[in-house]
Design a binder for this molecule. Sequence first.
Ligand SMILES: *[C@@H]1O[C@H](CO)[C@@H](O)[C@H](O)[C@H]1NC(C)=O
Ligand SMILES: *[C@@H]1O[C@H](CO)[C@@H](O)[C@H](O)[C@H]1NC(C)=O
Ligand SMILES: *[C@@H]1O[C@H](CO)[C@@H](O)[C@H](O)[C@H]1NC(C)=O
Ligand SMILES: *[C@@H]1O[C@H](CO)[C@@H](O)[C@H](O)[C@H]1NC(C)=O
Ligand SMILES: *[C@@H]1O[C@H](CO)[C@@H](O)[C@H](O)[C@H]1NC(C)=O
Ligand SMILES: *[C@@H]1O[C@H](CO)[C@@H](O)[C@H](O)[C@H]1NC(C)=O
Ligand SMILES: *[C@@H]1O[C@H](CO)[C@@H](O)[C@H](O)[C@H]1NC(C)=O
Ligand SMILES: *[C@@H]1O[C@H](CO)[C@@H](O)[C@H](O)[C@H]1NC(C)=O
Ligand SMILES: *[C@@H]1O[C@H](CO)[C@@H](O)[C@H](O)[C@H]1NC(C)=O
Ligand SMILES: *[C@@H]1O[C@H](CO)[C@@H](O)[C@H](O)[C@H]1NC(C)=O
Length: 879
Amino acid sequence: MMEKKAILVLLVLTLSLISGQEPKKIETLKAPYRIHTLFSVECQNYFDWQTVGLMHSYRKAQQPGPITRLLSCTDEERKNYRGMELAPTFEVPSMSRHPKTGDWYPAINKPAGVVHWLKYSKEAQNVDWVVILDADMIIRGPIVPWEIGAEKGRPVSAYYGYLIGCDNVLAKLHTKHPELCDKVGGLLAMHIDDLRALAPLWLSKTEEVREDRAHWATNYTGDIYGTGWISEMYGYSFGAAEVGLRHKINDNLMIYPGYIPREGVEPILMHYGLPFNVGNWSFSKLEHHDDDIVYNCSRLFPEPPYPREITQMEPDRNKRRALFLNIECINTLNEGLLLQHAAFGCPKPKWSKYLSFLKSKTFAELSRPKPLTSQSRQMMEVEVHKEVDNAPEKPHPKIHTIFSTECSPYFDWQTVGLVHSFYKSGQPGNITRLLSCTEEDLKQYKGHDLAPTHYVPSMSRHPLTGDWYPAINKPAAVLHWMNHVKTDAEYIVILDADMIMRGPITPWEFNASRGHPVSTLYDYLIGCDNILAKLHTRHPEACDKVGGVIIMHVDDLRKFALQWLHKTVEVRLDRSHWSKNITGDVYEAGWISEMYGYSFGAAELNLRHVISDEILIYPGYVPAPGVNYRVFHYGLEYRVGNWSFDKANWRHVDLVNKCWAKFPSPPDPSSLDQSDNNSLQRDLLSIECATTLNEALRIHHERRKCPDPNSISTTNQDTTNETRTNDDASRTNAETRTNDDETRTDAETRTNDETRTDAETRTSAEARMAVETTTSRKFGKVDNDVRGLRHDDVPKNNSQQSSQPDTSNGTFSSMRFWIMALWAVSIFAFLGVMSVMLKGRKGLKKRGKGYKSKRRTSYSGFWDTNGQDNRHIRNAETA
Ligand SMILES: *[C@@H]1O[C@H](CO)[C@@H](O)[C@H](O)[C@H]1NC(C)=O
Ligand SMILES: *[C@@H]1O[C@H](CO)[C@@H](O)[C@H](O)[C@H]1NC(C)=O
Ligand SMILES: *[C@@H]1O[C@H](CO)[C@@H](O)[C@H](O)[C@H]1NC(C)=O
Ligand SMILES: *[C@@H]1O[C@H](CO)[C@@H](O)[C@H](O)[C@H]1NC(C)=O
Ligand SMILES: *[C@@H]1O[C@H](CO)[C@@H](O)[C@H](O)[C@H]1NC(C)=O
Ligand SMILES: *[C@@H]1O[C@H](CO)[C@@H](O)[C@H](O)[C@H]1NC(C)=O
Ligand SMILES: *[C@@H]1O[C@H](CO)[C@@H](O)[C@H](O)[C@H]1NC(C)=O
Ligand SMILES: *[C@@H]1O[C@H](CO)[C@@H](O)[C@H](O)[C@H]1NC(C)=O
Ligand SMILES: *[C@@H]1O[C@H](CO)[C@@H](O)[C@H](O)[C@H]1NC(C)=O
Ligand SMILES: *[C@@H]1O[C@H](CO)[C@@H](O)[C@H](O)[C@H]1NC(C)=O
């Protein structure tokens, strides 16, 4: 019977080879999206039943691409082995007994098998992405490397917090880069090139750690047995550190049965490495160490309770979810065994309640492939590695990074660039995009998944005066975020969308503290020194000429955000002081009111800035020698030879929804003139900035599963076509352009501050234009591919994090309330300014002052109460 079946299988295989037809699944994957799943086992009953479970779940969950079992058998084992048909198999020499040292350590077969596969398997040459699993796993949903966040150079893995050796002398002994050691394992998803670099070191570091018996103790390895059993895991972490691979660490994709999944998280992988139970039923893989259950027609694992029983047994919703996972694990294993028995030609088993359950719709429904949820994709925060050998120091405060944008293609490509560079920079903490949009724009907006997002009603147009001033969205959005989100971060980093991060911006490095935010110098803000400051703040002497990057303590920001908005409105309304000799703004159109709003608001609260010129650089400027700038601000046109980049030219170009759209590539660094070091360093930075933007776009397009770029020949042409139209469009604004062109000539020397003034002015002007065009722009085809993969880093239910942009539930109307309240406040501000003016004119000093301070206390009262109310609601919700 069994032989017959085997012959049949062979026949089918042969036929498919002859006709050149591969199974359908494989056919659908083309470069660069070819996924291959690997797992490593030995010739033993123990691994055979695990293989059956994993293979069955692989098919059931519709994991894309082929799967290969790396089978390591000793000669003895191989002779009598019965399970060759259990999975597509690649045999690798057994290293259980080390050929040199004689050490018995079967776990080394995993790296050894991978090395062998890479070297000798033909299949490995047609693979782009590799998913490496353990045999004792059940796949619940497709594990698609780029969908779970893997990038070339950034593998995704699950968190193994117990690998404490990453933090102690073990890492220092075994890798040159202990600071890069990630505590990961279990699930690995990476690019094949990364695996090729890593695999040999994974093997050699495993040998090394295994031989270092002096450091097997629990206090070094975290291994409770202290027997060097987890050397392979350290081999992996140290090997990755050695080749500089930093992981994106995910603690949600994989779950151990027995653990309770987080709210909103649907794990796509189960790892039954630990015992688990449901009531008095339990399962432990170790109890089946020699179990030949695969080859015994009459056996399945003991049946677990039924779903109905669990529903009765466990009232708590979350605990119940955990129990459902437990039975899903064992039921999937049993279902796999049943099918395998049938494939081996076992007689049809007798009817039983359990068998009919396994064949029932209920079970089919419960074990359907699980899609990825946005919560499951959430990475853990990048760990900030403390100095390995220093005595335990105070942990660093938490940081959160935010930036303000609007619903437009212009901000979308900037968002893609910034968010990509954020993750690459190693900036600790999370990032949130503050997205200011009108209700109408939001309905048609397609870019929800570009970043973790907090939605804010647009404040671009003043409801009373009709004043169009989009730059006000920045303080308004920050205030909205502070009022609606409960952040656990101690410091907030505020960036502009047109920035690219190069490295971390941390309060501890730049010496931020409470009362002392860090920022960068904007010394064209001459209003700090003249009547403008005297009019708009009680502490003109505290006015700092700063902007760009801001690192502020959250307690300061809580008070400051409202001041920032007030002062912005005030300065904006004070048209009589928009002139260049007062504001430094060549356009004299009040565009930089928001910047003064910032400086005056900070002065009002007596926040004194730590001003650093080592954080931010404009591409096109000559860098100061030896400074490792952390941020590019590409607000100005910059050029390298005859190549140039001006963000203003890309205002209307939809680079984000159009497959493989990108900016013209900058020149190759090797083509640069080496004779002048200053201009060389400048050009290298310029190229880096543009290259990072393009890389971000490429990865974005990959993630959206754009078709293979090689099959689209028109892409480049398309882009240039659009650029040209776009250029024309922006030229129509003749007035601005004339000014701009002058600026550009200056900009080439970039010595005086005026250049910067112009640049900044333009930034604001651009923001305005961008939004103006938003209103009239047409929306292209609706992208159906978003598939609900939003990362609103937000549990849906509480107002803690952001609100969904859903106009049907009450959220948006509460936003509308918020905006009305805000404008009510700004009416007060308007009155305040009027009174200041009156004061100026009539010299009614006392009255004016009295009124002003009274006004001030009245709004802060309003806002405090409001804040408390919010807190109240939040508490009620969490309770
Ligand atoms: C670990 O324990 C060993 C003895 O078991 C001791 O000699 C060693 O100092 C300990 N190391 C650390 C880092 O605590
Ligand atoms: C398991 O618990 C149920 C009731 O909760 C009981 O009826 C049954 O006898 C128990 N089984 C064993 C093996 O203890
Ligand atoms: C199959 O398992 C049953 C129950 O454990 C056992 O009695 C029987 O001997 C096994 N048969 C074989 C062929 O191992
Ligand atoms: C940051 O993200 C992690 C997951 O990546 C999440 O657990 C954490 O709650 C987030 N922190 C904040 C403040 O949102
Ligand atoms: C931060 O403060 C330390 C000590 O006060 C000083 O050495 C360091 O240069 C400061 N860093 C910056 C960026 O100002
Ligand atoms: C600024 O310029 C305006 C005219 O443009 C002039 O009336 C005013 O006196 C100037 N103010 C200062 C402080 O120079
Ligand atoms: C060029 O400048 C960079 C920093 O700006 C410096 O590190 C490098 O040594 C300089 N090279 C030469 C040849 O002067
Ligand atoms: C840019 O300059 C290079 C030489 O520096 C030249 O070969 C090339 O044609 C120029 N390209 C354009 C578009 O002017
Ligand atoms: C470029 O634009 C022209 C006119 O706008 C259009 O006819 C042509 O098809 C476009 N070319 C490409 C490659 O899209
Ligand atoms: C949200 O909260 C409401 C009650 O506040 C509750 O009924 C509902 O089940 C919750 N939804 C989720 C998804 O947790």
